[in-house]
Structures are given as C-alpha cells and as structure tokens.
Design a protein around this ligand. Structure first.
Ligand code: SF4
Length: 289
C-alpha cells in the first residue's frame, strides 16, 4: 500500500468496507506486509465485522502466528516454482526466508504455473513433494499464468500446455491431499469463462487499487485479460460451481445470473432513493507494496 499509510490507510480501508460490505476481503500487493502495523490494527476490526480476510504475501517478513490461528484470516504465500527459479524471481523473499517466516503458522501455498515450469518433466510433482511435506502448509493452490490478449511472453502457456497441466494436476491431487483443487475446478482451466460477463468471480468481486478509489476492471488482472486463457484459481473455482447442475435441472450459473439482475435492479432503485449501494460479495485491495 504505497499511497496511504498509518491511520489514513486504516480509516480508508474501513470506509471502503463500510461502502461495499464485502463477505471476503483479499489484501494483495506488491506485498501488504510492508504495512504490517496497519494490518495489525485492521484485521481485528475487519474480522469483528464477520469479514473473512485473506492476506496474499511473499512472506518476506515473519507472518504473525496469531493471524493464522484466527479462522477468519487466511494467509496465502506466493511461491513461483522450485527454489532456483523462485529465488531468482522473488528475491528477497527466497525459499530460505519463507521457511523461516512461516514457522509456527498455517498457510496456503499459491503457485502460478508458467510455461518455463513445463520445460522439465516432473517439475510440479517436485514442487508438491517439497511443500506438501512442510507442517506449516495446510493447502496448495495452483493457478495458471493469465496473459493479456495478444501478449507474447515466455510465461504464456499454449492450449496443449494447459491440457497437460490440467491432466497432471488431476493426477497429483490423488497423491497429494494438500493440493486443494477439485477436479471440476481443474477442468475449468481447459474451458474457462468466455468473457468477464461470463465470469462469476469478476461479477462478484470489486478490485480497488492502492489509492483506495480506482477500480481495476474487468477483473483483478486489469487491462484486457485473455479470458480464454484464464488461469485464476478463484475464477476457475466459481466457474466450476456455476456449471454445476442442480437436481431440478438448472445450472447454478443460471440462478446466479438471475440473482445478479435482481440485485442490479434493486441497486438502481436504492441509488435513486439515495440509499447505500448493495455491496459486492468480495473486495480485493491491490497495492504496490
Ligand atoms: S478472472 Fe479470468 S475469466 Fe474472469 S474476467 Fe478475469 S481473465 Fe476473464
């Protein structure tokens, strides 16, 4: 959170929360741990309001163990590959430092799979072997790299790569119970939402920048993300739920879209009568760290 610090940041976040009334708040970066003192003040206030908070960090500094003992707080540590590649990319949050800083905590490991990780067979398996064995790790999540439309980069996966990773994840989840990814979620990586309008995650999440004002659209990636190659685990999870067919024969997504229309109509009515906005179910706060 580069733009604000101290009481100004605390008050600004609480004001946003009051406006949006989220069920879930993800605080991401950069690295939100650069504002540790502000987080120490904010988290009890947020959880007392019944909001589930997720801190996404590189674990470059010690994670307070009491946070992860609180059922309303989760800490997700971004680890991009095995030690040589990760340390190169993520210095100073090296493996050595992460291992020291997660001691006594319960964390989720979040890895974003890039094309470079597929150059060697067994890479993801080795990653799972290493992190599954750590007592601090409760879950492992794997996202796939999501490019912008038209992007040419060495991180971008081909459609063959995506199918290969999906098949590998399906097999790994049988061997590593900490790989907390349902098969239907993994399948969504092969057939992601077609557009932001079709993406339940984008439709239910407000992403707000470090200035506490600017909304990042159409989703947390900003810019012009390529939905056909989306690899966001949150989007894939909600997409999988939306595809689920209820016993009455209707897909959950159909009910969701109907509910969204009703919510939007109510929101318009409330705006007209100057009442507060209907809140989003989730808010993400993004900062430079
Ligand atoms: S989260 Fe993925 S599917 Fe959803 S809008 Fe963003 S890029 Fe598209």
């Amino acid at each position: 959170m580069r733009d604000f610090k101290g009481q100004q940041l605390v008050d600004g976040v609480l004001a946003l929360v009051e406006e949006h009334k989220p069920l879930h708040l993800s605080i991401v970066g950069g690295d939100p741990m650069v504002r540790l003192f502000e987080l120490e003040e904010l988290l009890p206030k947020l959880t007392a309001r019944g909001i589930h908070c997720q801190i996404v960090t590189s674990a470059f500094r010690k994670i307070p163990a009491e946070w992860t003992a609180n059922p309303h707080i989760s800490v997700s540590v971004s680890i991009d590959g095995l030690q040589p590649e990760h340390d190169e990319r993520r210095k100073p949050a090296t493996y050595e430092r992460i291992l020291r800083n997660i001691e006594g905590c319960t964390i989720t490991v979040h890895c974003t799979v890039t094309r470079q990780m597929l150059a060697r067979d067994g890479y993801l398996e080795e990653f799972m072997e290493f992190w599954s064995a750590r007592p601090e790790v409760e879950k492992v999540w794997m996202s796939l790299y999501t490019p912008q439309r038209g992007e040419i980069s060495s991180e971008r996966l081909t459609s063959t790569d995506r199918k290969r990773v999906a098949a590998e994840l399906v097999s790994l989840r049988m061997r590593f119970p900490k790989l907390d990814m349902a098969e239907s979620l993994i399948e969504s990586y092969v057939e992601p939402p077609r557009s932001p309008e079709d993406c339940v995650f984008a439709q239910t999440t407000a992403t707000i920048s470090a200035d506490l004002t600017t909304k990042i659209t159409p989703c947390q990636f900003g810019g012009d993300p390529d939905c056909s190659q989306c690899g966001c685990i949150a989007s894939a999870g909600l997409h999988a739920i939306a595809q689920h067919r209820l016993p009455i024969g209707i897909q959950v997504g159909t009910l969701f879209r109907a509910s969204l229309k009703i919510g939007a109509a109510r929101s318009r009515l409330r705006k007209r009568s100057a009442a507060p906005l209907i809140g989003h179910s989730q808010v993400r706060l993004e900062g430079e760290g």
